[in-house]
Every structure is written in structure tokens, then in C-alpha cells.
Design a protein around this ligand. Structure first.
Ligand code: PTJ
Length: 234
């Protein structure tokens, strides 16, 4: 992350966000919880049944899982859109060049191509690509702020978040909240998609219908409590 800041990919604020995430990762036991695995399966089903899935990438995501996001984009047939909270053309281009070096073929949301406004967002994250998030039915948003998660949901999109904080507005708002470290969640999502690709649309839709995000978030918190109780007994 420190190198990503000096390379102009991540912003200093990203280091603070990273530390916030790490604090939650410790109380999750730095592993993918059962509830997170359930959310990852539901997310894979949602991406596989989507008409136009899009993967939103910011500075922290590019720095931590740039290679994996490019791989996910390939296997899920989902384009990557660069969408930054602290938006500058210079950073968009730096992230674009970095992802292209990792094998990304076409990237959305850079420069003037982010010409559509999502209503209800104060930050420059409101600008999206009309050919990407603008048209998407399912959007994956790793390390997102609550405003945009809410606005995308209001715009009728299925929002899949990856956020280590189960209490964040993003996790509380998303349609499918993956409470896990992006460095574990994205490879797990790739594996789930690879495994589930053979399933019929009917089976995938059944998985989606059977998923209850509120219940799953409660399970995440229960898993944290059980993990911390284990420490009290030591
Ligand atoms: O690159 P930009 O300009 O788009 O800016 C990106 C940041 C992350 C700085 C910006 O989106 C931001 O400030 O985000 P927030 O509002 O701090 O939210 C980030 C969320 O991600 C927090 O809830 C953290 O707990 C969580 N988080 C941090 N690191 C990880 C994480 N979640 C999953 N995996 C991580 N490694």
C-alpha cells in the first residue's frame, strides 16, 4: 500500500482506510468466515446470472488485488470500471496503465468516458461510465463508501460489497455484503465462479433467492463474538 501511494495509485487516505480494515480483520481472526463464504457463493451466482455485471476498482483495490480483479473480469465477462473517491485524471491514468500491464483489455470510467451522473452522491464518485456502471445490473464494489453503495442500490442495481467492517453503511446497505479482506475474498470469488459456471441458470437463481443478507450479516457478527470469546478463555 505504501508503494502504491508513492506510485500514485492509492491516496494517503487509503492507508488510513487500510488500517481501519486491518483492525476488523484481527477480530475476524484474519480468515474467511463461514458467513463470508456464504456471501461469496451468493455473489458468484449473482454475477453469473447478471446481464451486465461491472467490477468497480479504486486505488486500494488496484494496489491490493489488481491482478486478481483482471482475472475475475476475464472469467466473469465483467468489465472493470475505474471509479475513485479522490478523483484525478492523473490517478485514473496511473491505475489504468497499471491494470493494463496486468493484462486488462478494456477499462471503463477513465477521463471523459465517466460522463453519467449517479444521483444522490456528493463526491466525484457520482460520475460513472454510461457503458459500464451506468448500464450495469450487478456492480461489485470493494472498499466503497456508504453514499455510493446507497445511491447504486437506489438506482436499482444489485450491489455486492467487499468490506471488512460489517457495521459500515456499505455493508449494511449492499444487496450482498462480503465481510472479508479483499485479498482473500477476490480469489475466493474467482474460485466460486469457476466452480459454479457449470450450474444451470435455474440453480444459480435458486442460490440467489435463498440468500438473506441481513441474516448473513448477523451471522458474521456472531462469528466475531465466538472468536473473541475464544480469546477470553485462553
Ligand atoms: O482510491 P480512492 O480515491 O477511490 O479512495 C479509496 C478509499 C478506500 C480511500 C476510499 O474509498 C475511502 O475512504 O473508503 P472508506 O470510506 O474508508 O471505506 C473503506 C472501507 O473498506 C472501510 O470500511 C474499511 O474497513 C474497508 N477496508 C479497508 N481495507 C480493506 C477493507 N475491506 C476489505 N479488505 C481490505 N483490505
Amino acid at each position: 500500500m505504501v508503494k502504491a501511494v508513492s506510485d500514485g495509485i492509492a491516496v494517503p487516505q487509503g492507508l488510513i482506510a487500510h488500517g481501519r480494515g486491518e483492525a476488523f480483520d484481527y477480530i475476524l481472526g484474519e480468515r474467511t468466515s463461514r458467513a463470508a463464504s456464504t456471501a461469496i457463493t451468493a455473489a458468484a451466482a449473482s454475477i453469473l446470472t447478471a446481464d451486465r455485471p461491472v467490477l468497480s476498482v479504486n486505488g486500494n483495490t488496484a494496489a491490493l488485488v489488481g491482478k486478481e480483479m483482471v482475472a475475475l473480469s476475464r472469467i466473469a465477462f465483467a468489465p472493470i470500471e475505474v471509479n475513485l473517491f479522490h478523483r484525478t485524471l492523473r490517478r485514473e491514468l496511473a491505475i489504468g496503465r497499471y491494470l493494463s500491464r496486468l493484462g486488462a483489455r478494456s477499462l471503463l470510467g477513465i477521463g471523459d468516458s465517466a460522463s453519467q451522473t449517479v444521483r444522490g452522491i456528493a463526491s466525484s464518485r457520482r460520475m460513472v461510465d454510461p457503458a459500464g456502471i451506468g448500464l450495469a445490473d450487478v456492480v461489485l464494489i470493494p472498499l466503497e463508501d456508504g453514499d455510493r453503495a446507497e445511491a447504486l442500490k437506489r438506482a436499482g442495481k444489485t450491489v455486492i460489497s467487499i468490506d471488512l467492517n460489517p457495521l459500515s453503511r456499505t455493508s449494511q446497505t449492499a444487496s450482498i455484503s462480503i465481510v472479508d479482506n479483499v485479498i482473500r475474498a477476490v480469489p475466493a470469488l474467482i474460485m466460486a465462479i469457476q466452480k459454479m459456471k457449470q450450474l444451470s441458470n435455474q440453480s444459480l437463481e435458486r442460490i440467489g433467492r435463498g440468500f438473506d443478507n441481513e441474516k448473513n450479516l448477523r451471522k458474521t457478527i456472531e462469528e466475531i463474538v465466538v472468536y473473541l470469546r475464544g480469546w477470553m478463555k485462553k
